[in-house]
Design a protein around this ligand. Sequence first.
Ligand code: NDP
Length: 474
Amino acid sequence: TQADIGLVGLGVMGANLALNIADNGYKVAVFNRTAEGTQAFMEKAGHLKDMFIPCYSTEELVANIKAPRPIILMVPAGAPVDQQISVLKDHLKDGDILIDAGNSDFHDSNRRYKELADTPFTFVGMGVSGGAEGARFGPSIMVGASETAYARIEPILKAISAKHNDEPCVALMGPEGAGHFVKTLHNGIEYADMQMIAEVHEVMTSTLGLSIQEQAEIFSKWNEGPLASYLIEITANVMGVVDEESGKPILDVILDTAGQKGTGRWSAVEAHMLGVPATGIDAAVAARCLSSARELRQEIADIYPQSDAILTWEEKQEGIAACERALIAGKISAYAEGFAVLAAGGKENGWDLPMGDIARIWRQGCIIRSRFLDEIAQAYDENPELKSLYLAPAIIERMKDAVPGLRDVLSLCVTNGVPTPALSAALASFDMIRQKRTAAYVIQGQRDFFGQHGFERTDKEGSGFHGPWPAGGA
Ligand code: NDP
């Protein structure tokens, strides 16, 4: 019999997604650029082997799927997606649906959606989160599609997605690149979340003198409270692992340069383009870049050495409690900014992004899944027009409790020279957004002085006022 769906690209994500689809009772026609990839996949398919039809050409792939055919592309973002589309394009017929499930730039998905609008098949851009395990056992899925196309693929997506209290973590975000836009911001928030966790580890190491083992226990404990999340849980796990070769904690032997593939940077750039900067995400992207300048850091570190300030035990306990609250405040700030970018991007692109659904489908399956997302989902349920997360009653309470902890941690870090770019950015942006009057009047004065840009006044209607600047200005 023919397959229910096709899947192209049997790498880490594609192979796991194919197994997940098969587990849910759908037959999958699988194809990989290199035949070895397909063969290797079939060899590892185990008891699910009969659920797959290995294909070794595009013709074979298309012929082995029941029409109308849904086909998932799980290849690296960028040129490989365009290449695969151009290969498959002429083989697809009326009603077929081509789904790009990689981490594509949403601008590319917007472009592809428009370019392919006149073809007999439909293009769908779909964000999938959860890494290899999510792909295998249930990812969080953000779909950019027409309502008709979504209705057709919804049953299969609901079956393979993660479940939160039996609710599938999949939803239609809007047409065009809406799914990839939301996935991009998901990853941006993930960058900020990960960076803040790393910073708190650094604080606990260099100002509180806590060992990695002690920190593993602290993170495990935090995972039972308001910070409960996948990233906190795996941080505790990573901290607990010992390197077999050296006998040291694995974190002691992992090189301190962080990789990145682009989604964090895209989030930051998009946020700037929308005029809704996400400072926590920005700082996290910058921190990964600075971490990569390893050689330069060694040289500069020799000239400006770090002071080692280890606090007393009593202060340590206070420090640990402050670190937890710092992470809570930092996390809220990252989400507040991330959701603000989502709202602005939705507006800019003419999509009515379902903010509550976004929080809901991120509660399971994805990398940023956390207890905190329940509170965000609830906040948007109570008020779908919420202007900022900082205005949601449950968040106000949390923020008021957590911000003093963040201030304490950052004071300690500034004094001791411990780098906390993302946590500092979180506090700075929160402090800025809670100002009734910012210092921006100075900037407006300067702009008018040197460039006659004009300003508005606090005491009069209208714009285009100028200052009585002395000659030489303007
Ligand atoms: P892998 O590198 O493991 O696999 C890539 C797959 O794409 C391979 O099957 C490869 O085939 C194929 N491929 C590469 N270039 C081309 C091309 N030009 N034409 C056709 N096929 C090609 O990547 P992942 O599975 O990790 O990632 C796939 C997508 O999923 C990416 O967009 C990634 O960003 C995204 N993603 C990854 C996550 C992760 O945690 N890894 C999480 C969420 C999304 P071959 O065997 O011939 O090399």
